[in-house]
Design a protein around this ligand. Structure first.
Ligand code: ADP
Length: 219
């Protein structure tokens, strides 16, 4: 039997995303900021950035990307900028957008990169801000205290996150209902059986889990 990992998660709905993004837009308007360019920090910042374009009437939407390479690819394990901005932003009022600041590394790197491109104004925004982050965005909707640290399962990342979490429930072999129970116990989330079945199918196809009758185990 292997280790039983456990941490708090939250399944975020699209309604919550809309609510947080509207709140963010209200805060941005209230400070008299009128971005002329919005830049989504991908992948997490894409949907919020697009929604903010709609709410604030911004036509120019661009992207930069940061990635976490982990210990094998990058000895110090830091986030790296893997896609630079391919548009001019000199003299523009730029808003850089991400879904969440947790360590804050991605925002710091992306902001430094954009600063080098001499924008007129450069502000940052995130839907959620965890107070342990070394980077504090100019605007955010929800503040999450460091001791309330949570893994937020964003609706655009739901399948990917479930594929990551489900194998952690298989520290011993289980049927589908017991996997659902383990999601509650280990991660505090209610995952519909339908989603558990879809995730198991994906994981089986990838060779990550195997089935023996009604029971599933890690491959
Ligand atoms: P890091 O640079 O260490 O990965 P960041 O705070 O810069 O950490 O976050 C980078 C991205 O990782 C976020 O935009 C988000 O998509 C994802 N992420 C980080 N922390 C969380 C979390 N607690 N819940 C959900 N997604 C997260």
């Amino acid at each position: 039997m292997s280790e039983k990992e456990s941490f708090r998660c939250k399944l975020v709905t699209y309604d919550e995303i809309v609510e947080w993004t509207r709140d963010l837009a209200k805060k941005i308007r209230a400070c008299d900021c009128k971005p002329t360019v919005i830049i989504g920090l991908t992948r997490g910042g894409w949907v919020p950035a697009r929604l903010l374009c709609d709410l604030l009437g911004v036509k120019k939407l661009y992207a930069v990307k940061t990635e976490h390479w982990g210990v094998t690819a990058n000895p110090d394990g830091k986030a790296l900028l893997t896609q630079e901005l391919n548009a001019r932003i000199d003299d523009e009022e730029v808003l850089l957008v991400d879904d969440i600041t947790d360590t804050g590394e991605s925002m710091s790197i992306a902001k430094a990169h954009l600063q080098d491109m001499r924008p007129g104004v450069l502000k940052t925004a995130a839907l959620l801000h965890i107070t342990r982050s070394t980077f504090v965005p100019d605007f955010y909707s929800v503040e999450v205290p460091a001791d309330g640290w949570t893994w937020f399962i964003f609706p655009w990342n739901r399948n990917e996150d479930l594929r990551t979490l489900l194998p952690k429930t298989l520290y011993e072999e289980k049927g589908e209902a017991d996997i659902q129970k383990a999601f509650r116990e280990q991660f505090q989330i209610d995952v519909p059986l339908e989603d558990i079945r879809t995730t198991l199918e994906d994981l089986e196809a990838a060779g990550t889990v195997t089935r023996a009758g009604e029971k599933w185990t890690r491959a």
